[in-house]
Structures are given as C-alpha cells and as structure tokens.
Write a protein that binds this ligand. Structure first.
Ligand SMILES: *Cc1c(COP(=O)(O)O)cnc(C)c1O
Length: 391
C-alpha cells in the first residue's frame, strides 16, 4: 500500500477484485459472502446483469449534460420515485449527506416563509445524517462532530423513540420548523422504535405545522420490508431523503417532498452540477424496475423473519448475546460487550459483516439473497459469535 490517501478510514487488509450476486472475490481468488452490501448500497448484489447493462448502454449513449438542459431519465426517475413513495417532487444529489443538506435547506426556507427568522430542526440522539458540516451537526454522535466546531446553528436534540421529549420541546420553543429522524437508527445500531413512534411524530408535526422529514437513506429501497420504512406506519412524510441503494453503487441521492413542502424550492435556490445526470438516473430507474419486478420488499420481509428465527434458534441462550432484532433485512445481534474484532474474524472466514455502536453486529445482506444462502449466513455468523463469546 502506498501512503497517498488521507487517513480518513482504516480499511481491512483485503482488496476485492470481482463480485457476483452476494459473493465477492479478493486478489488471491478467495471467495467471500457479502452480508453488508457495501453498507446497504448494493441491494441487488454485485454485477447484477440489468444494472451492468444499463450502465454500459448509457455510458455509450450520454453520461452528462448538466441541469441547464432537460434530462429525460431524470424526469422518468422522479416519476417512478413519486409513484412508489406517494411523494410529489424530487431533487437529485450525489450522496446521502447532500440529500439531507437539501432537506435542511428546504426546512429553513419553509421557516423563513412563515416569518421565522432563526428556524430550528429537531434531530435525535444516536442518529447519523452524514459528514458535511450541517449533517454532522444534525448527527447525534459526538465522535462525528469533535474537532469540527463551530458547528452549524439551528438544531435541537431529542432522545430517540421519545414522543414526550418532542412534545416538551414543542411547548418551549417558537422556532421549530421540522423534525429530521431515521425510521430505524442505522449507524446507531439498528435501533427500532416503538411501532407508533412515527405516527406520534406525524401527529406533532401536524399540530405544530412542522415538516416531518425522514432520513430513509439506509432504510429505503425495500430493505425494511416495504419500499420505504414509513409505509409500515400508514403515514406520509413531508420530506424524505434517499441515497445508498437507490443507485446500487453509482453515486446518487434524492430529496423528495410532499404537499406544502413540494414547492418550497424555486429556481436558483439549490443545485448540483451533476446531480441527477443521465447515467445515474438511468441506473436508478433500472434499480426501481428490478426491485419492483422481483417483489423485493416482500422478499426482504420474509427473508428477514427467516434469518431472525434462525439466529434466535442458534443464539438465544448463548451467554453474552444481549438482543437479536431486525426489520426486513436490517438485522442486528447485540452483545453485552464491545466486539469490533468480529469484523476481521469474520473476514478471515470469508464473511463480510459490520459492527456499529461498538457492540452491535449489523447485517445488511443483499435483497437478492435466497434461503440457502441465508442458512449459510446464519450458520457462519452463529459460529463466529459463539466461538468469540466462549473465549
Ligand atoms: C449513510 C447514511 C447517510 C450519509 O450518506 P452518504 O452518502 O455517506 O453521504 C445519511 N443518513 C443515513 C441514515 C445513512 O445511513
């Protein structure tokens, strides 16, 4: 390894060369089962034929023109996204953090339109919203913020899964314009709130004329067992952000708005040089069609339950296993103690997993995984956890 990369990551000592479906191969030809999907990005797995074909064909046709001209694939992608989400309008960015930046700017504009000069957004403890200055400020994790002060103004923090705390803030502040929240805390350790949490937030937003803004960057695109996690709750958010699995690996993010939030942005207020270019939009459209045609949401729900049952059988009475939980293919095994070493132990055995919040084993397998492959995943993870805890 040369030393010309800024040291923002400490990567594992492996270089992958090729992928197919849920499998990866490194430089030495060793095979791995991917239960992380590039952090919830490759929902359709690696080298999916429809995706590879869309990329190659569009690259040969037209990659970029800028948003100074109309882009047919962008318009069609927006139509499809609104169709599956019930939202009205879309702005395309190149990443999740940028999608959240758009949401934050939209909320501030909305506030100013209501003559609130210092608009504030409620954000949650344990949340993750990205690494730009505004989104790291919104993030509820000191480690992400430390060293980058002064942080951005205009955020108020509440504990996650605590409706009363939000009601208290509502009573004591005149400047709130929106709530930004993840339907499930992803980086925060697959924390799943009470089933009526989002309904409670919707209600408070309605009562106070605030925007309900959902960060579905990790939960969206069928992973939770619905197209979007809010659809488990029979509600409609005012704003929703997407990225990760939307492009299956090509960089694209989206900020979607509904109703009164849909027309807040006017020409000149926001932009991106190559956000929503023909290449990424063609690919994301293919992602949506492929997910749709394979009933991916239903499959994620069924397979997620299957894997949870498998872990419950294999690990339930194991000392040191604190909790086993999941929603669709957002899966977690929480241990009593820190277990970051498990990532390299699993890698050695040919398995990609992640540990977040220090002691939560996080699994985000591709949505195209079948039952046999799930059995293999259950066996491998259970064995690694058992052997780790018996030491
Ligand atoms: C990954 C993630 C982001 C940030 O996305 P980037 O593309 O890395 O900027 C924001 N919010 C959530 C919930 C995420 O999981």
């Amino acid at each position: 390894m040369t030393d010309t990369l800024m040291h923002t990551y400490s990567p594992q000592a492996v270089t992958f060369e090729k992928g197919e479906g849920i499998l990866l191969w490194d430089e030495n030809g060793k095979q791995y089962l991917d239960a992380l999907s590039g952090i919830a990005v490759c929902g359709l797995g690696h080298a999916h034929p429809a995706i590879s074909e869309a990329i190659a064909d569009q690259a040969k046709t037209l990659i970029h023109t800028s948003n100074l001209y109309q882009i047919k694939h962008q318009q069609e992608l927006a139509d499809r996204l609104c169709e599956v989400s019930g939202m009205d309008k879309v702005f395309f960015s190149n990443s999740g953090a940028e999608a959240n930046e758009a949401a934050i700017k939209l909320a501030r504009l909305y506030g100013h339109q209501k003559n609130i000069d210092s608009p504030e957004i409620i954000v949650m403890e344990g949340s993750f919203h990205g690494r730009t200055l505004a989104t790291l400020t919104a993030t509820g994790n000191r480690k992400v913020q430390a060293g980058f002060e002064p942080l951005v103004q205009g955020f108020v923090r509440a504990p996650y899964n605590d409706i009363e705390a939000i009601r208290n803030i509502a009573q004591n502040s005149q400047n709130i314009v929106a709530i930004l929240v993840e339907p499930v805390l992803g980086e925060g350790g697959i924390q799943i709130p009470d089933t009526d949490y989002l309904n409670g937030i919707r209600e408070i937003c309605n009562e106070n004329d605030w925007l309900m803004m959902l960060d579905e960057i990790q939960t969206g695109m069928c992973r939770s067992g619905q197209w979007f996690a809010f659809q488990h709750n029979n509600i409609q958010p005012d704003v929703m952000t997407l990225a990760k699995a939307l492009g299956n690996g090509v960089p694209i993010g989206a900020c979607l708005a509904h109703g009164k939030a849909a027309d807040v942005f006017q020409p000149g207020m926001h932009g991106s040089t190559y956000g929503g270019n023909p290449l990424v939009c063609r690919v994301a459209k293919t992602v949506i069609d492929t997910l749709d045609n394979s009933n991916a949401a239903e499959h994620a729900k069924t397979l997620g339950t299957y894997i949870l049952n498998g872990f419950n059988t294999a690990l339930k009475d194991v000392n040191g296993v604190n909790d086993i939980r999941g929603m669709g293919l957002l899966l977690a095994i929480e241990l009593d103690n820190p277990c970051v070493e498990l990532v390299s132990i699993a890698l050695e055995k040919g398995l990609l997993i992640n540990v977040t919040a220090e002691r939560v084993i996080r699994l985000l397998p591709p949505l195209i995984m079948n039952e046999q492959q799930a059995d293999q995943l259950i066996n491998m993870v259970s064995e690694i956890v058992r052997s780790f805890l018996s030491k």
